[in-house]
Design a protein around this ligand. Structure first.
Ligand SMILES: NC(=[NH2+])NCCC[C@H](N)C(=O)O
Ligand SMILES: [Mn+2]
Ligand SMILES: [Mn+2]
Length: 317
Protein backbone atom coordinates (compact mmCIF):
# COMPACT_ATOMS: atom_id res chain seq x y z
CA UNK A 1 0.00 0.00 0.00
CA UNK A 2 1.22 3.51 -0.85
CA UNK A 3 2.04 5.52 2.25
CA UNK A 4 -0.44 8.41 2.26
CA UNK A 5 2.16 10.71 3.75
CA UNK A 6 5.93 10.49 3.92
CA UNK A 7 7.51 10.15 7.34
CA UNK A 8 8.26 13.57 8.74
CA UNK A 9 11.75 14.84 8.32
CA UNK A 10 13.39 14.54 11.70
CA UNK A 11 16.29 16.76 12.71
CA UNK A 12 18.10 13.97 14.50
CA UNK A 13 16.94 10.71 12.93
CA UNK A 14 17.38 10.82 9.24
CA UNK A 15 16.17 7.32 8.46
CA UNK A 16 12.52 6.28 8.24
CA UNK A 17 13.11 3.49 10.74
CA UNK A 18 11.27 2.96 14.00
CA UNK A 19 11.92 0.35 16.66
CA UNK A 20 9.01 -0.53 18.89
CA UNK A 21 10.14 -1.99 22.19
CA UNK A 22 7.41 -4.05 23.78
CA UNK A 23 8.05 -3.91 27.51
CA UNK A 24 5.66 -6.31 29.26
CA UNK A 25 6.41 -5.37 32.83
CA UNK A 26 4.46 -4.64 36.02
CA UNK A 27 7.17 -4.90 38.70
CA UNK A 28 7.17 -1.18 39.53
CA UNK A 29 3.70 -1.25 41.08
CA UNK A 30 1.44 -3.83 42.74
CA UNK A 31 -1.33 -4.32 40.14
CA UNK A 32 -0.93 -7.14 37.64
CA UNK A 33 -1.92 -6.30 34.09
CA UNK A 34 0.45 -3.69 32.64
CA UNK A 35 2.54 -6.61 31.40
CA UNK A 36 -0.16 -7.57 28.87
CA UNK A 37 -0.59 -4.05 27.45
CA UNK A 38 2.18 -4.18 24.81
CA UNK A 39 0.72 -7.14 22.96
CA UNK A 40 -2.78 -5.61 22.93
CA UNK A 41 -1.44 -2.27 21.72
CA UNK A 42 0.52 -4.11 19.00
CA UNK A 43 -2.62 -6.02 17.97
CA UNK A 44 -4.55 -2.75 17.73
CA UNK A 45 -2.57 -2.04 14.56
CA UNK A 46 0.35 0.19 15.47
CA UNK A 47 2.68 -1.27 12.84
CA UNK A 48 0.23 -0.57 10.03
CA UNK A 49 -0.39 2.96 11.36
CA UNK A 50 3.32 3.73 11.22
CA UNK A 51 3.83 2.05 7.84
CA UNK A 52 1.04 4.25 6.50
CA UNK A 53 3.09 7.21 7.70
CA UNK A 54 6.05 5.96 5.67
CA UNK A 55 8.04 4.32 8.45
CA UNK A 56 9.74 0.98 8.38
CA UNK A 57 8.94 -0.77 11.66
CA UNK A 58 10.84 -3.34 13.66
CA UNK A 59 9.34 -4.91 16.77
CA UNK A 60 11.55 -5.90 19.66
CA UNK A 61 9.92 -8.30 22.10
CA UNK A 62 11.06 -8.81 25.67
CA UNK A 63 8.97 -11.69 26.99
CA UNK A 64 11.32 -12.37 29.89
CA UNK A 65 10.33 -9.07 31.53
CA UNK A 66 6.98 -10.63 32.46
CA UNK A 67 8.29 -12.88 35.16
CA UNK A 68 10.28 -11.82 38.19
CA UNK A 69 13.61 -13.67 38.18
CA UNK A 70 13.06 -14.78 41.76
CA UNK A 71 10.84 -13.95 44.69
CA UNK A 72 12.47 -11.07 46.46
CA UNK A 73 11.67 -9.58 49.81
CA UNK A 74 11.69 -5.81 50.14
CA UNK A 75 15.17 -4.32 50.38
CA UNK A 76 15.95 -2.71 53.67
CA UNK A 77 14.48 0.65 52.73
CA UNK A 78 11.32 -1.28 51.84
CA UNK A 79 10.98 -0.32 48.17
CA UNK A 80 9.29 -3.14 46.30
CA UNK A 81 11.05 -5.45 43.81
CA UNK A 82 14.25 -3.39 43.59
CA UNK A 83 16.34 -6.08 41.89
CA UNK A 84 13.67 -7.00 39.35
CA UNK A 85 12.96 -3.37 38.42
CA UNK A 86 16.66 -2.61 38.23
CA UNK A 87 17.47 -5.60 36.00
CA UNK A 88 14.67 -4.83 33.56
CA UNK A 89 15.39 -1.08 33.42
CA UNK A 90 19.04 -1.69 32.78
CA UNK A 91 18.22 -3.92 29.82
CA UNK A 92 15.76 -1.30 28.55
CA UNK A 93 18.50 1.32 28.76
CA UNK A 94 20.83 -0.85 26.68
CA UNK A 95 18.23 -1.61 23.99
CA UNK A 96 17.11 2.03 23.68
CA UNK A 97 20.74 3.06 23.40
CA UNK A 98 21.47 0.50 20.70
CA UNK A 99 18.42 1.30 18.57
CA UNK A 100 18.93 5.07 18.79
CA UNK A 101 22.62 4.83 18.02
CA UNK A 102 21.68 2.99 14.81
CA UNK A 103 19.41 5.95 13.94
CA UNK A 104 16.08 4.36 14.60
CA UNK A 105 13.37 6.31 16.38
CA UNK A 106 12.32 4.43 19.52
CA UNK A 107 8.79 3.75 20.78
CA UNK A 108 8.69 2.21 24.27
CA UNK A 109 5.42 0.46 25.04
CA UNK A 110 4.99 -0.39 28.74
CA UNK A 111 4.54 -1.64 31.17
CA UNK A 112 4.60 0.58 34.21
CA UNK A 113 6.39 3.90 34.43
CA UNK A 114 9.36 2.67 36.47
CA UNK A 115 10.64 1.74 32.99
CA UNK A 116 11.21 5.48 32.52
CA UNK A 117 14.52 5.33 34.35
CA UNK A 118 15.71 2.88 31.69
CA UNK A 119 14.31 4.78 28.70
CA UNK A 120 15.75 8.09 29.94
CA UNK A 121 19.21 6.64 30.49
CA UNK A 122 19.13 4.99 27.07
CA UNK A 123 18.15 8.22 25.31
CA UNK A 124 20.69 10.28 27.25
CA UNK A 125 23.44 7.78 26.43
CA UNK A 126 23.05 8.70 22.76
CA UNK A 127 21.80 12.31 23.05
CA UNK A 128 23.16 13.81 26.25
CA UNK A 129 21.40 17.11 25.55
CA UNK A 130 17.96 15.54 24.97
CA UNK A 131 15.07 17.00 26.92
CA UNK A 132 12.23 15.12 28.56
CA UNK A 133 8.56 16.03 28.30
CA UNK A 134 6.79 14.01 31.02
CA UNK A 135 3.01 13.80 30.62
CA UNK A 136 1.48 12.47 33.82
CA UNK A 137 -0.97 13.04 36.65
CA UNK A 138 2.03 12.29 38.89
CA UNK A 139 5.56 13.63 38.98
CA UNK A 140 7.21 10.20 39.53
CA UNK A 141 10.04 12.01 41.27
CA UNK A 142 9.89 10.36 44.68
CA UNK A 143 13.10 8.94 46.09
CA UNK A 144 12.88 5.45 47.56
CA UNK A 145 12.97 7.15 50.96
CA UNK A 146 10.32 9.78 50.26
CA UNK A 147 7.93 7.44 48.45
CA UNK A 148 4.83 6.90 50.56
CA UNK A 149 3.83 3.81 48.55
CA UNK A 150 7.33 2.33 48.02
CA UNK A 151 6.29 1.54 44.44
CA UNK A 152 9.13 2.23 42.04
CA UNK A 153 6.86 3.54 39.28
CA UNK A 154 6.62 6.67 41.42
CA UNK A 155 10.42 7.08 41.46
CA UNK A 156 12.05 6.94 38.00
CA UNK A 157 12.84 10.67 37.70
CA UNK A 158 14.49 10.79 41.13
CA UNK A 159 17.06 8.35 39.77
CA UNK A 160 17.55 10.21 36.48
CA UNK A 161 18.04 13.49 38.37
CA UNK A 162 20.35 11.99 40.98
CA UNK A 163 18.06 12.79 43.92
CA UNK A 164 18.01 9.35 45.51
CA UNK A 165 20.31 9.54 48.49
CA UNK A 166 21.38 7.00 49.36
CA UNK A 167 21.00 5.19 46.06
CA UNK A 168 19.82 1.65 46.88
CA UNK A 169 22.59 -0.79 45.90
CA UNK A 170 20.41 -2.35 43.19
CA UNK A 171 20.35 1.01 41.40
CA UNK A 172 24.04 1.84 41.65
CA UNK A 173 24.17 1.84 37.84
CA UNK A 174 21.81 4.84 37.59
CA UNK A 175 23.32 8.27 37.15
CA UNK A 176 22.19 11.87 37.15
CA UNK A 177 21.67 12.08 33.39
CA UNK A 178 19.24 14.98 33.00
CA UNK A 179 19.38 18.58 34.08
CA UNK A 180 16.30 20.18 35.62
CA UNK A 181 16.15 22.78 32.86
CA UNK A 182 15.69 20.00 30.29
CA UNK A 183 12.62 18.52 32.05
CA UNK A 184 8.97 19.66 31.90
CA UNK A 185 5.72 18.14 33.12
CA UNK A 186 2.18 18.50 31.80
CA UNK A 187 -0.95 17.14 33.45
CA UNK A 188 0.11 17.05 37.11
CA UNK A 189 -2.61 16.83 39.74
CA UNK A 190 -1.52 14.31 42.39
CA UNK A 191 1.77 15.13 44.09
CA UNK A 192 3.36 13.85 47.29
CA UNK A 193 4.93 16.39 49.69
CA UNK A 194 8.55 15.70 48.79
CA UNK A 195 7.69 15.76 45.08
CA UNK A 196 6.25 19.25 45.48
CA UNK A 197 9.40 20.34 47.29
CA UNK A 198 11.66 18.99 44.52
CA UNK A 199 9.64 20.72 41.80
CA UNK A 200 9.70 24.05 43.67
CA UNK A 201 13.26 23.95 44.98
CA UNK A 202 14.73 23.02 41.59
CA UNK A 203 12.50 25.33 39.56
CA UNK A 204 11.25 22.54 37.34
CA UNK A 205 8.73 23.50 34.64
CA UNK A 206 5.69 21.80 36.11
CA UNK A 207 2.40 22.48 34.33
CA UNK A 208 -0.51 21.17 36.36
CA UNK A 209 -4.10 20.79 35.22
CA UNK A 210 -4.64 24.23 36.75
CA UNK A 211 -2.32 25.65 34.10
CA UNK A 212 -4.09 23.69 31.36
CA UNK A 213 -7.39 25.23 32.48
CA UNK A 214 -5.91 28.70 32.83
CA UNK A 215 -3.90 29.00 29.60
CA UNK A 216 -5.30 26.24 27.39
CA UNK A 217 -3.31 23.28 26.14
CA UNK A 218 -1.68 25.02 23.16
CA UNK A 219 -0.12 27.75 25.32
CA UNK A 220 0.97 25.21 27.94
CA UNK A 221 2.71 23.02 25.37
CA UNK A 222 4.32 26.06 23.81
CA UNK A 223 5.64 27.24 27.20
CA UNK A 224 6.85 23.76 28.14
CA UNK A 225 8.69 23.20 24.85
CA UNK A 226 10.11 26.72 24.78
CA UNK A 227 11.47 26.16 28.30
CA UNK A 228 13.16 22.80 27.71
CA UNK A 229 13.92 23.13 24.01
CA UNK A 230 14.46 26.74 22.98
CA UNK A 231 14.77 27.03 19.22
CA UNK A 232 14.07 23.30 18.87
CA UNK A 233 17.78 22.62 19.10
CA UNK A 234 17.56 19.57 21.33
CA UNK A 235 16.18 16.07 20.78
CA UNK A 236 12.92 15.43 22.61
CA UNK A 237 11.96 12.37 24.62
CA UNK A 238 8.20 12.28 25.21
CA UNK A 239 7.22 10.08 28.16
CA UNK A 240 3.46 9.61 28.21
CA UNK A 241 1.72 8.08 31.21
CA UNK A 242 -1.89 7.44 30.15
CA UNK A 243 -3.09 8.40 33.65
CA UNK A 244 -2.39 12.01 32.62
CA UNK A 245 -5.68 11.67 30.79
CA UNK A 246 -8.99 11.83 32.54
CA UNK A 247 -10.26 8.47 33.83
CA UNK A 248 -13.13 8.80 31.32
CA UNK A 249 -10.51 8.81 28.54
CA UNK A 250 -8.06 6.32 30.07
CA UNK A 251 -10.06 4.15 32.45
CA UNK A 252 -7.78 1.10 32.32
CA UNK A 253 -4.85 2.33 34.37
CA UNK A 254 -3.68 1.65 37.91
CA UNK A 255 -3.55 5.10 39.53
CA UNK A 256 -6.54 7.04 38.17
CA UNK A 257 -6.91 10.67 39.19
CA UNK A 258 -10.01 12.73 38.32
CA UNK A 259 -9.72 15.96 36.39
CA UNK A 260 -7.27 14.96 33.65
CA UNK A 261 -6.55 15.74 30.03
CA UNK A 262 -9.21 15.25 27.40
CA UNK A 263 -8.49 13.01 24.43
CA UNK A 264 -7.92 16.06 22.22
CA UNK A 265 -5.60 17.72 24.75
CA UNK A 266 -3.52 14.55 24.80
CA UNK A 267 -3.43 14.47 21.00
CA UNK A 268 -2.53 18.14 20.86
CA UNK A 269 0.56 17.48 22.99
CA UNK A 270 1.60 14.75 20.55
CA UNK A 271 0.88 16.88 17.47
CA UNK A 272 2.81 19.86 18.79
CA UNK A 273 5.74 17.63 19.71
CA UNK A 274 5.73 16.04 16.25
CA UNK A 275 5.72 19.49 14.65
CA UNK A 276 9.07 20.29 16.26
CA UNK A 277 10.71 17.48 14.21
CA UNK A 278 12.92 16.75 17.19
CA UNK A 279 11.28 13.65 18.68
CA UNK A 280 13.71 10.76 19.14
CA UNK A 281 11.80 8.58 21.60
CA UNK A 282 8.29 8.20 22.95
CA UNK A 283 7.13 6.12 25.93
CA UNK A 284 3.52 5.00 26.36
CA UNK A 285 3.10 3.71 29.88
CA UNK A 286 0.65 2.44 32.51
CA UNK A 287 -2.06 0.92 30.31
CA UNK A 288 -3.53 -1.89 32.43
CA UNK A 289 -5.97 -3.95 30.35
CA UNK A 290 -7.00 -5.97 33.41
CA UNK A 291 -8.69 -2.95 35.00
CA UNK A 292 -12.17 -1.90 33.95
CA UNK A 293 -14.54 -3.59 31.55
CA UNK A 294 -13.99 -4.59 27.93
CA UNK A 295 -14.99 -1.18 26.62
CA UNK A 296 -12.59 0.53 29.08
CA UNK A 297 -9.72 -1.66 27.90
CA UNK A 298 -10.50 -1.02 24.25
CA UNK A 299 -10.61 2.75 24.77
CA UNK A 300 -7.38 2.85 26.74
CA UNK A 301 -5.52 0.62 24.27
CA UNK A 302 -6.78 2.85 21.44
CA UNK A 303 -5.58 5.93 23.29
CA UNK A 304 -2.11 4.39 23.45
CA UNK A 305 -2.22 3.61 19.73
CA UNK A 306 -3.27 7.19 18.99
CA UNK A 307 -0.48 8.64 21.15
CA UNK A 308 2.06 6.63 19.16
CA UNK A 309 0.87 7.47 15.65
CA UNK A 310 0.19 11.12 16.48
CA UNK A 311 3.55 11.79 18.08
CA UNK A 312 5.13 10.17 15.02
CA UNK A 313 3.42 12.57 12.67
CA UNK A 314 -0.14 11.51 11.95
CA UNK A 315 -2.27 14.61 11.47
CA UNK A 316 -6.02 14.99 11.21
CA UNK A 317 -5.91 16.39 7.68
N1 LIG B 1 3.64 6.04 37.20
C1 LIG B 1 2.64 6.23 38.05
N2 LIG B 1 1.42 5.99 37.72
N3 LIG B 1 2.98 6.65 39.27
C2 LIG B 1 2.08 6.87 40.35
C3 LIG B 1 2.81 7.32 41.57
C4 LIG B 1 1.90 7.62 42.70
C5 LIG B 1 2.56 8.14 43.98
N4 LIG B 1 3.13 9.43 43.78
C6 LIG B 1 3.63 7.17 44.44
O1 LIG B 1 4.77 7.50 44.60
O2 LIG B 1 3.36 6.04 44.68
MN1 LIG C 1 0.92 8.59 36.62
MN1 LIG D 1 3.92 7.98 35.58
Amino acid sequence: MEPHRPAMLNKFIQTNQVSILNLPFSGGQPKKGTEVAPELIEQAGVQEDLENLGYSVRYIQNPSFKTPPKIEGPSKDLIKNPQYVSDVCRQVRDTVKKELSEERLVVNVGGDHSLGMGTIEGVQAVYDDACVLWIDAHADINTPESSPSKNLHGCPLAFSLGYANPVPPEFAWTKRVIDEKRLAFIGLRDLDPQERAFLRDHNIAAFTMHHVDKYGISKVVEMALEHINPGNRHPVHLSFDVDSCDPMVAPSTGTRVPGGLTFREAMYICEATAETSTLVAVDVMEVNPCLGNEEDTKNTVNLARSIIRTSLGQTLL
